[in-house]
Design a protein around this ligand. Structure first.
Ligand SMILES: *[C@@H]1O[C@H](CO)[C@@H](O)[C@H](O)[C@H]1NC(C)=O
Ligand SMILES: *[C@@H]1O[C@H](CO)[C@@H](O)[C@H](O)[C@H]1NC(C)=O
Ligand SMILES: *[C@@H]1O[C@H](CO)[C@@H](O)[C@H](O)[C@H]1NC(C)=O
Ligand SMILES: *[C@@H]1O[C@H](CO)[C@@H](O)[C@H](O)[C@H]1NC(C)=O
Ligand SMILES: *[C@@H]1O[C@H](CO)[C@@H](O)[C@H](O)[C@H]1NC(C)=O
Length: 460
């Protein structure tokens, strides 16, 4: 007997029902909630640790997520953490010969290392990609053998540049898994490297989410949270001031020859240099041998920007000329010089010194860049350090005459000027790695805001 119309309907209906169930339960075919658009920018809080003067940030990593405190290293090649007690269900080791590994170990045998002398664990795997993290706070910069690894990283987004938003995760974010030995002297369990290396945080985050290869640093002058932005502006501070405009731009320079543990013959540096052509104090040129300001063919010289030195360091010859000129200009403004207070050589009585919106009224310092018209002007809030009641010092230290390198010294270039944290605070610095340009704001105090005015709800 042929199936009745009724039976036919039932079988058609049930087929449809089964098809519907398949559609709903299959993730590829699902017509469920639309995907959230990828974030345009991410934010990290950054605070100042008042006894070590290190700049600290917090990230979430691993599965389940663990919150980590890291020291910010503007010139660091990558994110690295002490791994002795590492546990995570999503940890992966990066193998050598892979493109990611070769991008890190540019000239080193495809990055293949060997950790035969150590016990197996998260830091010792066969065919792994060798990586040598640098802790600039250690006296012996020779790093321990470490491995490039990957794990989940979770960061906070921002939609409007003023408020933090939802968290987003990257499943395989590269980082270096290091021995806890090299976390000594850090106020944290590793470092957040913001250098221009292909495995550095800025490059990795912009390629993970497809936003511009730009990031910006706004260091606080206190323990309350400043902010690091990944991606383009607007960067907005309370009361709703877009500090990403206007900025002054200068080329970021590449030091062609930094020696590293992996490559003692030297390779292009991932650090951030700018071209300071001369220095002026109260509009008068400081008499200097300008050869010292340039990067020479052995990779020495030049002006580097750093978050791991608390105060600007100058080569002795520059330091002498600079401090002499500053003292002369200060005395002409009737400031009274007093005894130096280590590590500073030039100090003044702060009694009777007028205070302005941008700090004590002292001579202005101009770093003259690619032309006479492009100037990074430094005011009292960034040039002077209050060391005790009634005494303030010029926040610059004598860096000595520097060394010439032999093959036993690694990971360092002797820049003749290293612009340090105190000089960067409450200034916005935007690093555009695509265009290789630095945009800077000068003091935000002029604009009646500070780097601590991003609308983080939890203050550090
Ligand atoms: C980490 O592991 C080491 C042994 O490798 C142990 O001595 C130490 O107490 C551990 N630290 C923490 C914080 O668990
Ligand atoms: C930690 O820093 C201090 C002060 O700079 C230094 O003397 C010491 O050697 C450092 N510790 C290590 C393990 O390098
Ligand atoms: C790390 O390097 C230091 C200094 O070279 C050494 O004393 C220490 O034993 C090394 N630690 C490991 C785990 O390799
Ligand atoms: C300037 O410094 C360079 C490098 O130290 C040196 O070779 C040169 O002789 C100096 N020039 C003058 C005029 O002192
Ligand atoms: C700042 O954050 C607080 C708490 O999330 C919120 O109530 C306030 O509206 C935010 N301010 C601005 C200007 O968006």
């Amino acid at each position: 007997m042929a199936p009745s119309l009724h039976q036919y309907h039932i079988s058609l209906l049930s087929s449809l029902l089964i098809l519907l169930i398949i559609i709903i339960s299959s993730p590829q075919l699902s017509l469920s909630k639309p995907q959230k658009p990828p974030p345009k920018a991410l934010v990290l809080p950054v605070s100042k640790h008042l006894s070590t003067l290190q700049y600290l940030t917090h990230i979430k990593q691993r599965s389940p997520l663990v919150s980590l405190q890291l020291v910010v290293d503007l010139n660091g090649d990558f994110l690295w953490v002490g791994c002795d007690n590492y546990t995570s269900s999503t940890f992966r080791v990066v193998r050598c010969h892979t493109p990611l590994c070769k991008s890190l170990a540019r000239s080193f045998d495809n990055g293949c290392g060997s950790c035969d002398n150590q016990k197996k664990g998260p830091r010792c795997n066969p065919n792994s990609c060798v990586s040598f993290p640098l802790n600039p706070y250690l006296s012996d910069p020779n790093p321990n053998y470490s491995e490039l690894s990957q794990d989940v990283l979770s960061l906070q987004t921002t939609v409007d540049g003023l408020n933090p938003g939802r968290y987003v995760s990257i499943r395989r974010f590269p980082f270096t898994c290091a021995s806890d030995y090299i976390t000594q002297n850090l106020t944290g369990s590793g470092m957040a490297g913001l250098g221009r290396s292909p495995v550095g945080m800025p490059s990795q985050l912009s390629s993970a989410f497809g936003f511009a290869k730009k990031f910006a640093v706004c260091l606080p002058s206190s323990s309350s949270n400043g902010v690091i932005f990944f991606g383009d502006g607007p960067y907005v501070m309370l009361p709703r001031i877009d500090i990403s405009k206007p900025l002054i731009f200068t080329p970021l320079l590449i030091n062609p020859l930094r020696r590293t543990f992996i490559n003692p013959n030297g390779e292009a540096s991932n650090e951030y240099f700018i071209g300071v052509k001369s220095i002026k104090i109260n509009d008068k040129v400081v008499p200097l041998n300008t050869t010292l300001l340039a990067i020479d063919k052995s990779g020495n010289g030049g002006t580097k920007i750093s978050t791991t030195v608390p105060y600007t360091v100058m080569h002795t010859e520059i330091y002498k000329a600079f401090t002499e000129a500053f003292v002369k200009a200060a005395v002409a403004m009737k400031l009274e010089r007093v005894a130096g207070v280590a590590p500073f050589g030039v100090c003044f009585s702060s009694k009777g010194v007028a205070s302005t919106r941008v700090g004590p009224a002292v001579p202005t310092i101009d770093l003259v860049l690619q032309s006479e018209k492009v100037v990074w002007r430094i005011f009292g809030a960034n040039s002077m350090v209050r060391v005790k009641e009634g005494v303030m010092c010029l926040g610059v230290v004598d860096g000595g005459v520097g060394r010439r390198f032999d093959t036993h010294e690694y990971y360092d270039t002797m820049a003749t000027i290293v612009i340090g944290g105190h000089q960067l605070e409450d200034n916005l610095l935007q690093f555009d790695l695509g265009a290789s340009m630095l945009g800077f704001s000068s003091s935000l105090l002029f604009r009646q805001t500070t780097c601590s005015n991003f609308n983080f709800t939890t203050k550090a």
